[in-house]
Design a protein. Structure first.
Length: 340
């Protein structure tokens, strides 16, 4: 197999930058306040939105509604850190009639009702359709829960049904536990008598989670993950990400680039040249087992401590390869600096 075509994206997220107010232990994209504020440039913004405007599809309930795996969302990092840019992004997306748009936030900025309402109303007026509000114990280490509650309450008044709380289970648990302020993960686990953080609630052990939550989960040797498919699939047409550096990121796989979104049409019609991108070639054709043997050729040695998940192994292999050679498909490089 020499080339493989990138599926035409019907939904996805645009990262305005990787800079964030938080440094969550589960962050798939290794976002942090330490990341350079390389916000997407105006020219790039118009270009990427024009590209995506051709293929993004509306939610099954219509273009004025939102749905996690349809439409386009604006994310980061924390997009409210650059509110002017967020406004511009929404204006351009609205001019291009991109359907089912929503913004994703950790609510750090919702310090009072007035500011929260003012900003949300402005976003709605210029064309934003909805919002996704993040709730789980990892955000709660950084954002007082009362700000999250405020954002949810006022968002429902502004966006009606177009408010997604990810994850609602945690919202109810936090309410039940009477949490109001920030709470450390250790204190939260104490409070919940060490609840299983993956029980009933989706958690991908990838990105920073694979490193930071190491003590909470069992580890397995490399061969346990051989032959296991990527879940969700590595190449798919829904919920891929496009970043401020130009990378087309497969799904949630931070630090992997399928190419530059300037070439999206070519990636869709002609495909990725796998000869020129060995990491992609192994991940696509031979899975993580192939990548493991490729990294062994560079001197990689299996960790004696084992790996929490296939994505943990994949990330460890990629980190090693980045330290040995400059692979275009392992991008952005700063991801590998901030993931630990
Ligand atoms: S998970 Fe969200 S809030 Fe947390 S560091 Fe990543 S981008 Fe920021
Ligand atoms: S194993 Fe690697 S390529 Fe597959 S989903 Fe996990 S991080 Fe992505």
């Amino acid at each position: 197999m020499r080339r493989v075509k990138v599926p035409e994206p019907i939904s996805g997220g645009l990262l305005l930058s990787y800079k964030c107010t938080a440094e969550c232990r589960h962050c798939m994209y290794a976002c942090t306040p330490k990341w350079k504020g390389d916000w997407i440039a105006q020219k790039d913004l118009e270009e990427v939105l024009s590209q995506l405007g051709r293929t993004i599809r509306p939610s099954p309930w219509g273009d004025q509604t939102v749905s996690l795996n349809y439409g386009l969302h604006f994310t980061g990092g924390e997009p409210f850190l650059n509110f002017e840019l967020l406004l511009k992004t929404i204006e351009v997306a609205d001019q291009l009639r991109i359907p089912s748009t929503f913004v994703e936030t950790n609510c750090y900025w919702c310090s009072n009702d007035e500011v929260t309402r003012e900003r949300l109303e402005l976003l709605r007026e210029i064309g934003l359709k909805g919002i996704l509000i993040s709730v789980n114990p990892y955000y709660a280490e950084y954002v007082p829960f009362e700000r999250t509650e405020r954002c949810i309450r006022i968002s429902k008044e502004v966006f009606g049904e177009n408010v997604m709380v990810y994850q609602a289970e945690y919202y109810h648990r936090f309410k039940h536990l009477g949490i109001k302020e920030r709470i450390s993960l250790e204190d939260y686990l104490e409070l919940t008598k060490k609840e299983d953080l993956t029980e009933e609630v989706e958690l991908f052990l990838m990105g920073r989670a694979a490193h930071q939550l190491r003590d909470l989960y069992p580890a397995y040797p490399t061969h346990s993950f051989f032959g296991e498919p990527c879940r969700p699939p590595f190449l798919r047409n829904w919920h891929n990400h496009f970043d401020n550096y130009g990378n087309v990121m497969p799904g949630y796989c931070g630090g992997i680039s399928l190419g530059h979104w300037q070439n999206l049409d070519r990636l869709i019609k002609e495909g990725i040249d796998l000869e020129e991108h060995p990491v992609l070639r192994f991940l696509i054709a031979e899975d993580v087992q192939g990548l493991f043997h490729f990294a062994e050729d560079f001197g990689y040695q299996e960790s004696r401590e084992g790996y929490l998940s296939k994505c943990d192994l994949c990330l460890d292999l990629r980190k090693y390869l980045v330290s040995k050679q400059d692979f275009d498909e392992l991008s952005p490089k700063e991801f590998y600096l901030h993931v630990d």
